[in-house]
Design a protein around this ligand. Sequence first.
Ligand code: K1U
Ligand code: ZN
Length: 169
Amino acid sequence: MAVLRIVQFPNPVLKQVARPVETVTDGIRALLRDMKDTMYDAPGIGLAAPQIGVSLRVIVIDVEWRDKDRNPRSYINPDIVETSGKITFDEGCLSVPDYGAEVVRASRVVVRALDEDGKPVEEEAEGLRAVCFQHEVDHLNGMLFIDRLSALKRGLYVKRRKKELARER
Ligand code: K1U
Ligand code: ZN
């Protein structure tokens, strides 16, 4: 088991557009294993590779593990190919410490990706699972949930975070 350090805002890796995985190798499967360990340890319901400092298009998701058994799923090169509806959800982010805010997103998505064997998969998700897919795919595109807030709300968070970091130094 390997729990990795989660990078936090404003680390520049969180702003990068992550690179697609070309071949699903044992190295990628090992990365996904470590990402699952890290997600459960955090604890979180999803994690994207840039959050552990790896700029590759891979995510892991398990939105129900606190109520049910663990059922982690991995998605390599995920692409949201269809969206519909609207949902407002109070989001948090493991890379944006001590902050939560409401974000409006699609309530239903269809995602295409590769699985851990490199096989194409297509999945439809609704509700929290749909929100989580959008949040994680945003990470792969260098976007945080605070980038989806008003300039005022985002600005207030950024100011507070900068003060906290200055105090830690
Ligand atoms: O990507 C991340 O930063 C993980 C993030 C995912 C997420 C949260 C909320 C809405 C959409 C996506 C988290 O998991 S934050 C922690 C969290 O929400 C949670 C943790 C334990 C139990 C339940 C929720
Ligand atoms: Zn996040």
